[in-house]
Write a protein that binds this ligand. Sequence first.
Ligand SMILES: N[C@@H](CCC[C@H](N)C(=O)O)C(=O)O
Length: 293
Amino acid sequence: MEKNFFVKSHGLGNEYIVLDKENIDFELTKKAIQTLCNVHFGIGSDGILLKVPSEKADFGLRIFNPDGSEAEKSGNGLRIFCKFLYDYGFTKGSKEFSVETKGGIVKAKIEKEEKGKAKIITIDMGKAVFDTDKIPVNINDKECIDYPLKVEDKEFKINCVSVGNPHCVILVDNVPEMFDEKQVKKYGPKIENNPIFPNRTNVQFVKVIDKNTAEIKIWERGAGYTLASGSSSSAVASVLYKKGLTDSDITIKMEGGELKISLDKDFNIKMTGEVQEICKGTLSEELIENIKE
Ligand SMILES: N[C@@H](CCC[C@H](N)C(=O)O)C(=O)O
């Protein structure tokens, strides 16, 4: 593998650049992340996945948002990373392995491959946690379910959950106008940065279609409006199941495509979906010079 080799892949239109810490000769600083994720000055991406060594799992992963912040977990990011590990021989052909993230260790399974490349992957995302002190959400209640949050002219009923990273799930029954890209881009950042979220939050606007299907629009912490999100889908499925609005197996529809989420009674989450490589190459010396502080 050449020095400064990269791969760019997407999971349902949610794109990530994959780098290997042991194979790059520059520091992945905030400036480097912001530049690489910028479509005009870099490659353009919804984030960066950095392969790092792990003592607790088969592989280690650090996840960065385009604003330079670090995320604890990413569902699409994990499937993309696992495809990279499998396709480039790191797993030595093994279809089941573990990955350590800041949001916990997850198990991955390559469900389907085509011509030796992983196509459909299941990730054991871990357990959904509703305790406000763990998410975290700064309110006095133990859980944040249907909690009224006033943002400018609107009052939302918010439902908060952590699937390793923090999420704020809003059903659009009372605010149907919110199922619209322009509205999500207007209110998403205001909710993401609301002072009740000390670590900021990802935000989802949700329409329940039936007991096994929901449709969502996403505002991602540190990334903005994205076409799909695996941790968001996991968070939404957990909230809907907790509220008794859907069954334990649910399809989450997003602009970029669909993910299957399966929960057990203790809110352990399995996420299954496609992933596809877009391009690969070597970062140019000029670009690396430019991203050095
Ligand atoms: N796109 C991701 C979520 C990435 C992390 C998120 N922006 C955060 O800061 O928590 C996914 O597919 O889960």
